[in-house]
Design a protein around this ligand. Structure first.
Ligand code: NAD
Ligand code: UDP
Length: 263
C-alpha cells in the first residue's frame, strides 16, 4: 500500500456519499487525516458510520453553497482538497435542480477559495456528462461535448462544466495546483438501491426475484468502473503532476443486456 498520503490532512467534500466515503476510507488507510464536509442531501450517515470513531476522521455537517459558510470553515492546516459534493444520480439532481446548480458553481468556488487560502492541492470530481449527448465515440479529453443548455439534465451537465471553467481559472489566474478528473459510470457497495442507476437497480431487482428492467433492446453500451479502482485513480491523479482533465473509468464497454445476464 502506498504511503504517499501519510501525515497529510485532507478535506473531502461529499465525503458521506457513495464515492466520497470510499475515498475517506482509503485516505485514512494510507495514513492521512480526513475532514469530511457533507450536508447529507444525497449522502447517508451510515456510509461513514465506521469512520466516526477514528480520531483521524472529522465530520463537518454543512452546505458548501451557503454564503454563511464562507469559505467552508476548516481550522488549521489543509494539504489536499477533494471536491466531490454534488447530487450525482439523475434521480437526485432532478429532485434538487437548483441545489445542483448552486453546488457546482457557488459551492465549487468556495471550496477552491478554501484550497487557495490554505495553499492546498485541489481535485475536482467532474463527470463524463460534460460531453453531454456526444457526437464522438469514445470521448477523449480534447472533445468539447454536445450539451443542451436548457434541457432538464443541464442542471447537472452545465453545473459541472461551470465547475471545470472555474477550476481552470483558479489554475491559470491564481496558480492553484488544481486538477480535474471526469468520472465515468462507477458501481460498488453503498450505491443507493433506489437511485435508478443500472447496476444497483438490476441487483436489487434480482435479489427481490423481480424481472430486470432492460430498457429497449439492451444494445446500448456502458463501461462500468468498480469504486475501489476509481478511488485508486483519484489518488493517483492527486499524487501526480498532472492537471487534467483526465477521464477516469473502465475502457471495457459492455451492452446493458450483457450486464443484465451477468447479474
Ligand atoms: P453521492 O450523491 O452519493 O455523493 C455526493 C455527496 O455530496 C453526498 O454525500 C451529498 O450529501 C453531498 N453534497 C451534495 N451537495 C452538497 C452541498 N451543497 N454541501 C455539502 N455536501 C453536499 O454521489 P456519488 O456517486 O458519490 O458522486 C460523487 C461525485 O462524483 C459527484 O461530484 C459526482 O458528480 C461525481 N461522479 C460520480 C459518478 C458515479 O458514477 N458515481 C460519475 C461521474 C461523476
Ligand atoms: N438502464 C436500463 N434499465 C434500468 C436502468 C438503466 O436498461 O433499470 C440502462 C439505461 O437505459 C442506460 C444504461 O442502463 O442506457 C445506464 O444507465 P444509468 O442511469 O446507470 O447511467 P447513465 O445513463 O447516466 O450512463
Amino acid at each position: 500500500m502506498s504511503t504517499e498520503f501519510s501525515d497529510l490532512r485532507a478535506v473531502v467534500t461529499g465525503g458521506a456519499g457513495f464515492v466520497g466515503s470510499h475515498l475517506c476510507e482509503e485516505l485514512l488507510s494510507r495514513g492521512a487525516s480526513v475532514v469530511c464536509i457533507d450536508n447529507f442531501s444525497t449522502g447517508r450517515r451510515r456510509n461513514i458510520g465506521s469512520l466516526l470513531a477514528d480520531p483521524s476522521f472529522e465530520l463537518l455537517e454543512l452546505d458548501i453553497s451557503q454564503p454563511s459558510n464562507d469559505p467552508p470553515g476548516v481550522d488549521g492546516r489543509v494539504d489536499l482538497v477533494f471536491n466531490l459534493a454534488s447530487p450525482a444520480s439523475p434521480k437526485d439532481y432532478f429532485a434538487l435542480p437548483l441545489e445542483t446548480l448552486a453546488v457546482g458553481s457557488i459551492g465549487t468556488t468556495r471550496v477552491l477559495e478554501l484550497a487557495y487560502s490554505k495553499g492546498a492541492k485541489f481535485l475536482h470530481a467532474s463527470t463524463s456528462e460534460v460531453y453531454g449527448d456526444p457526437k464522438e465515440h469514445p470521448q477523449r479529453e480534447g472533445y468539447w461535448g454536445n450539451v443542451n443548455p436548457v434541457g432538464p439534465r443541464s442542471v447537472y451537465d452545465e453545473a459541472k462544466r461551470f465547475s471545470e471553467a472555474v477550476v481552470s481559472s483558479y489554475r491559470r489566474e491564481r496558480g492553484l495546483d488544481a486538477k480535474l478528473v471526469r468520472i465515468f459510470n462507477t458501481y460498488g457497495p453503498r450505491m443507493k438501491p433506489d437511485d435508478g442507476r443500472v447496476v444497483s437497480t438490476f441487483i436489487h431487482q434480482a435479489i427481490a426475484g423481480r424481472p430486470l428492467t432492460v430498457f429497449g433492446e439492451g444494445s446500448q453500451t456502458r463501461s462500468l468502473c468498480f469504486v475501489d479502482d476509481l478511488v485508486a485513480g483519484i489518488l493517483a491523479m492527486m499524487g501526480s503532476g498532472e492537471g487534467g482533465p483526465v477521464n477516469l473509468g473502465n475502457p471495457d464497454e459492455r451492452t446493458i443486456l450483457e450486464i443484465a445476464k451477468f447479474v
